[in-house]
Ligand binder design. Structure first.
Ligand code: 26M
Length: 795
């Protein structure tokens, strides 16, 4: 597409799709016009991919996920379609600011954190590779809440990304599937009829996900809940205006909000309804498509692979069995076999409080037929393996992890360590019964968004050095290694980072009115706020460092900017106190004339995908400091390493594999191992011992306790202090001393800029393995048994 053609396309959509003339168009109008112009180009390729999937009778992959944390779509689409030059030139002629248009797009924040973002990376990689696939999820009207700070405290506001027209989706009223809840079951022989007492409709909305160079495009289908019988006209005519709209309002609540919790299982009825709603709609859509092409249901596992992203869609097991037995007359045991060979399950966490369990009573009321089938599935499994020891139903609860495990032919962990821990802890018994079922697929990230798009300076430098094959073959980055010994290359590498840091410093000055030194170490911890992720370990080190600088302000300290980003679940009290403490510490430190040129703390509110794209390219040091054994994988850790930040981290999740790839000398390791953590916990009084042994730690805790960061309310953080001193389940105190040591090593290393640049460049060169393209190829080979289709010609 030439710039002139692009300009015509933009103007066409401005006038005929938006009904605006150029003289009166606002940023929003231009953004929409550009989006539609780009979308037109995508649609042809998307159709072609769909045609080829049907024509080639390829096996399809279905990715069922409660969350897709996509972020913005426009730039991704432009970059993958190779339209950036045309768009920039066209807009320049139209005198419209390209960056302002990109920034105007709201994030599609349909996810909480790692799990949802992984699903988004996977969608992009499946399209890049040409894996025929479809993502299924919920079209939440309100995505993850917006975070604001009020006197340092987190305040949540609703997020309304759909208040403006969404340029990327196609409404599919013809794909409307009715979903039932409640009611009763009538058994007739081996089958049953379920008569639900409540019905509503799932309507599909399709978003095309285009791969690199437009070679392939898959669909993300998100379900919206709609009432079966909309507005009650008779009630309205009787004058009962509010009641007339009632069924409509009730049905719509189902797809209204994303639950804002990324670890704790809440056991709420509406949540279970959401899970069944999107799972059932997806399965019936899948079966409908399958039956339009094939007439033997036993072929299902050969033609479809259904991935359950965590246990949120775990009802897929019993629902698929129900659809096969009750609605298609297949024998129960055969149905279980078909379902199991089609389904697979990814586990994303071992934290006991995050494992979903549903009360039998609730399940039986909402999904009476499914509860019966769960009992039968459970019995059949016990009979097959000859034990009554392992069960999916226990103590009046359905355990969704166990249910998923026994209904899946493959179960995977998301990093090597996490997979081994699955085998030895939560799924120990099941693993012994099914030793080939658990496999590892270490997570990855898409290099299109997380390098090419978010870090154009580094991308250009890489392409100048080794060509652009790295974009869809990321392990080519190893070709950078010989360049690392070249002083000119290293200088350019460091210059790209410095410019990124300058941009970020300017943004922070403008948005947060905090001045930061671009020459300082940019030390960044961005992720959901959680005790196991240990933002408070980072804070304690910050405070200890501050106190030490105050002791001796004229010693040549290495300047540092500590950047935090992340949301706390609204009901998670401890996490919210960490948020407030972070803001309080920032306030005190940033206004301390003795220390502020050496140490600042910034905490931009409302951390999201778009903010990550700004922060990561400008980072020097990546904080990956969870208690070993608790972070299943992490994916932010990979994005940082790829963009040339050094990691300070524990041997947890994928950190272990990152360290092996980038080499131990280019990684600041500290802390106990997962085994040591389990041992240490058994010792009573471990935190007291650690505090007594390290005066720096004792002083930092005392500063908080005494109210140095909350002088108007000295007791404000006694909860945090008591927890650290008396419980410290996550071993913050026990790991502090070694963390401090590693931080000082980072200071020393940063003071030698050439060595630092070499280590950073080595991180980039050795991060190629962490592409989600590699991860998807692993799933295709080991889990889905699916092959890529022949792709379309390059855009
Ligand atoms: C549960 C109940 C109610 C509401 C929400 C939830 C819920 C939502 C998301 C529970 C867990 C959720 O996700 C867990 C998660 O994000 N796990 C992360 O997955 C990433 C991708 O595999 C890993 O990199 C992270 O280490 C892991 O914490």
């Amino acid at each position: 597409m030439t710039p002139a053609q692009m300009k015509d396309a933009i103007l066409h959509h401005l006038v005929y799709t938006l009904g605006k003339d150029a003289a009166h168009a606002q940023t929003y109008d231009w953004r929409m016009a550009l989006s539609f112009a780009v979308r037109d180009k995508i649609v042809d390729r998307w159709f072609e991919a769909t045609r080829r999937t049907y024509a080639g009778q390829h096996k399809r992959v279905y990715y069922l996920s409660m969350e897709f944390l996509i972020g913005r779509l426009l730039k991704d689409a432009i970059i993958n379609m190779r339209l950036e030059e045309a768009a920039i030139d066209a807009l320049q002629e139209l005198k419209v600011d390209y960056q302002a248009i990109l920034e105007d797009e709201p994030d599609a924040a349909l996810g909480n954190g790692g799990l949802g973002r992984l699903a988004a990376c996977f969608m992009e990689s499946m399209s890049t590779i040409g894996c025929p696939a479809m993502g299924y999820g919920i079209r939440y009207e309100n995505g993850l809440f917006r975070q604001r700070f009020e006197n340092g405290r987190q305040v949540e506001e609703p997020e309304d990304w759909l208040s403006q027209r969404h340029a990327w989706e196609f409404e599919r009223p013809e794909v409307s599937i009715d979903i039932g809840f409640g009611g009763h079951v009538q058994e007739i022989g081996k089958r049953a009829n379920w008569y639900p007492s409540e019905m509503l409709i799932a309507m599909g909305h399709d978003t095309p996900i285009i791969g690199w160079r437009g070679r392939w495009g898959n669909t993300l289908r998100l379900w919206e809940a709609r009432p079966m019988h909309g507005f009650d006209l008779q009630r309205f005519n009787r004058g009962d205006y509010a009641a007339a709209a009632e069924p409509e309002a009730l049905a719509r609540t189902l797809s209204r909000v994303l639950y804002p919790d990324d670890t704790t299982e809440q056991g709420k009825e509406l949540r279970l309804k959401q899970e069944f709603f999107f799972t059932s709609a997806s399965l019936r859509d899948i079966l409908r498509r399958f039956e339009s092409e094939y007439d033997d249901l036993r072929l299902l596992p050969k033609k479809a692979a259904i991935q359950m992203n965590d246990t949120h869609p775990a009802i897929a097991g019993p629902e698929l069995v129900r659809l096969l037995v009750d609605e298609r007359g297949i024998d129960f045991e055969e149905a279980v076999g078909i379902a199991r060979n089609t389904l697979s399950y990814t586990n994303h966490t071992l934290l006991p409080e995050a494992l979903e369990r549903w009360d039998e009573g609730l399940m039986g009321r909402l999904l009476p037929r499914h509860l019966q089938l769960i009992f039968r599935i459970n019995e059949l499994h016990m009979k097959d393996v000859g034990t009554r020891k392992v069960t999916a139903v226990d103590d009046g609860h359905v355990k969704m992890g166990e249910l998923s495990f026994i209904m899946a032919h493959r179960v995977n962990g998301v990093s090597a360590l996490h997979t081994e821990l699955m085998k030895s802890t939560v799924f120990k018994d099941l693993h012994e019964l099914h030793p080939n079922r658990i496999v590892n697929e270490t997570n990855g990230v898409t290099p299109r968004r997380w390098l090419l798009s978010c870090n154009p300076r580094l991308s250009t430098l890489i392409t100048d050095a080794i060509g652009d094959d790295w974009v869809d073959d990321l392990e080519q980055l190893e070709k950078l290694e010989p360049h690392i010994d070249d002083a000119a290359f290293l200088e350019s590498y460091a210059a790209a980072k410095r410019q990124n840091k300058n941009d970020l410093a300017n943004w922070i000055a403008e948005k947060l009115e905090v001045g930061i030194d671009p020459e300082a170490i940019f030390d960044v911890q961005i992720k959901r706020i959680h005790e196991y992720k240990r933002q408070h370990l980072n804070l304690l080190e910050t405070i200890a460092h501050w106190l030490e600088i105050r002791d001796n302000p004229n010693q040549g300290w290495v300047p540092r900017v500590k950047i935090f980003g992340g949301k706390a679940a609204p009901g998670y009290v401890f996490a919210k106190e960490i948020v407030r403490l972070t803001n309080d510490v920032a306030k005190v430190l940033n206004s301390d004339p003795l220390t502020s040129r050496y140490l600042k703390v910034v905490y931009p509110p409302n951390y999201n995908v778009s903010l990550a794209e700004k922060l990561i390219p400008a980072s020097d040091l990546s904080e990956q400091i969870s208690t070993a054994g608790k972070e299943a994988s992490g994916t932010g850790n990979m994005k940082f390493a790829l963009n040339g930040a050094l990691t300070i981290g524990t041997l947890d999740g994928a950190n272990v594999e990152i360290r092996e790839h980038v080499k131990p000398e280019n990684f600041f390791l500290f802390g106990m191992t997962a085994d040591e953590v389990m041992e240490r916990r058994k010792i009573g009084g471990h935190s007291g011992q650690a505090i007594a042994a390290d005066p720096r730690l004792a002083r930092a805790i005392e500063a908080i306790r005494a109210g140095r960061f909350s002088p108007d309310e000295p007791g404000r953080y006694h909860g945090i202090v008591d927890n650290l001193v008396h419980h410290d389940y996550f071993l913050v105190c026990s790991d502090f001393t070694d963390y401090w040591r590693a931080q000082r090593e980072a200071d020393t290393a940063f003071a030698a800029p050439k060595d630092w640049a070499r280590m950073a460049a080595f991180n980039t060169a050795r991060s190629g393995w962490f592409s989600s393209d590699r991860t998807i190829r692993g799933y295709m080979a080991d889990v889905w048994h699916a092959e890529a289709a022949p792709t379309v010609e390059d855009a």
